[in-house]
Design a protein around this ligand. Structure first.
Ligand SMILES: [Fe+2]
Ligand SMILES: [Fe+2]
Length: 265
């Protein structure tokens, strides 16, 4: 049984460079935060479209809870937009362009089944990133407000990791469609993630190229670059017998939620 939890982050003392003072790392995650809320609404639309065809009562309930969890993630992440603006960053223009291209142009051209398959792929990527964050303690050096927001989100991504996959399977989706979904997911994510990161980094007048290069080298050496996170995630997904329930372990999510007293809601 999935729990829908509300989370209101306290950003009152969030510094501009909240991730260990590293500008590149901070904006790389800020960029994901810009992408998340509308991305989560896309997941909800894609899964909800197929909900009337489901017959299994357990899966129907999981879909409702999945939509509830994703709605809360979108709500919590979008609270950072105003914080970024108060810190002097311009983000609304980028958000409008992203929404227009991704959800007004690309989405309507994509068949519903591919939208669902893209959601299955993105749910695998979020569950993979969640595992890295929880098991490899990526966020230990982050400001507590961002760390708590991201770990709560990570834990719930692991909790509902199989829901979109089960919906896809229940409506007859198979391997080829899932791989098409991953191709779309990787292309769209790589383009918008890079674009949002560049948009934020361009607003750092003090930043020089050598600092950017040094930060990227450090991340690559630690296996935390965007490229290494994505490539580490894809292998298990391409196996024909892939199932998110077995590809990811739910134990780190349970342990984290228990440690912050939120296992029950
Ligand atoms: Fe989410
Ligand atoms: Fe999710």
């Amino acid at each position: 049984m999935l729990q829908v939890r509300r989370f209101d982050p306290d950003f009152s003392d969030l510094p501009r460079h909240w991730y260990a003072g590293d500008v590149v790392l901070t904006h790389s995650v800020n960029a994901l935060n810009l992408i998340f809320p509308d991305g989560e609404r896309f997941f909800v639309r894609s899964v909800k479209h197929f909900a009337p065809r489901l017959t299994d009562p357990k899966l129907k309930q999981d879909v409702k809870d999945f939509m509830g969890q994703e709605a809360q993630h979108g709500h919590a992440h979008s609270q950072q937009f105003e914080v970024l603006e108060a810190q002097g960053y311009v983000v609304r223009d980028w958000l409008e362009r992203y929404k227009h291209v991704a959800y007004k142009r690309i989405e309507p051209l994509t068949p519903w089944r591919w939208r669902l398959a893209t959601t299955v792929a993105l749910e695998h990527l979020t569950a993979s990133f969640a595992t890295f964050a929880l098991e490899e303690r990526f966020l230990d050096e982050a400001h507590p407000a961002m760390r708590d927001l991201l770990l709560w989100h990570a834990a719930e991504e692991l909790e509902h990791r199989a829901v979109a996959f089960e919906v896809h399977r229940a409506v007859g989706g198979g391997y080829v469609e899932r791989v098409i979904g991953m191709a779309i997911a990787l292309t769209v994510l790589a383009v918008f993630w890079s674009s949002a990161t560049r948009h934020l980094l361009r607003q750092e007048p003090e930043l020089d190229r050598e600092t950017v290069r040094a930060s990227k080298r450090r991340l690559a050496a630690q296996g935390r670059s965007r490229w290494s996170l994505l490539t580490r995630s894809i292998g298990p997904y391409l196996r024909p017998g892939f199932h998110p329930e077995h590809a990811h372990d739910g134990a780190p999510a349970t342990a984290y939620l228990a440690s912050v007293g939120r296992l029950g809601g």
